[in-house]
Design a protein around this ligand. Structure first.
Ligand code: FES
Length: 153
């Protein structure tokens, strides 16, 4: 496949890239940019492990062709912390044990940050509804909700 050029800002760094048109944003992040915090679970839009932000909105990066993000600002889990300082949502997940195996955690946290930003943390039901695209096979849901409720305050 012929490569095409792509301009992205990833975690605040402007990049000029060359990608195959069929490359997903998820594969670009993990394989070309070595940002492996974003996880590949199902690779078909069903688990949420690959959740990142594109211009501040959450997306499943496995469903998004990299080239369709031309000019966008992408934030991954690696871009949430500031130096050694974790994002409040990361702190809250640690405090409330919002994970067991941790595989879904980057996606959970990216969704949770979007949820607060978009004002969907009104009630526990609203939180669960907004987070329903992020599957946790260990079943850490109650602790994840607790973490989100703490950050919301
Ligand atoms: Fe993208 Fe599962 S890997 S939703």
């Amino acid at each position: 496949f012929e490569k095409t050029s792509l301009h992205l800002e990833v975690n605040g760094v402007p990049l000029n890239l060359s990608v195959e048109p069929r490359t997903t944003l998820l594969d670009l992040l993990r394989e070309q940019l070595n940002l492996t915090g974003t996880k590949k679970g199902c690779d078909r839009g069903q688990c949420g492990a690959c959740t990142v932000h594109a211009d501040g909105l959450r997306i499943n990066s496995c469903l998004s062709l990299a080239v369709t993000n031309e000019g966008k600002k992408i934030t991954t889990i690696e871009g949430l912390s500031k130096g050694q300082e974790l994002h409040p949502m990361q702190e809250a997940f640690i405090k409330h044990d919002g994970f067991q195996c941790g595989y879904c955690t980057p996606g959970q946290i990216m969704s949770a940050v979007a949820l607060i930003k978009e004002g969907h943390a009104g009630s526990e039901m609203e939180i669960r509804e907004f987070m329903s695209g992020n599957i946790c096979r260990c079943g850490a849901y109650p602790n994840i909700v607790n973490a989100i409720q703490e950050v919301k305050k």
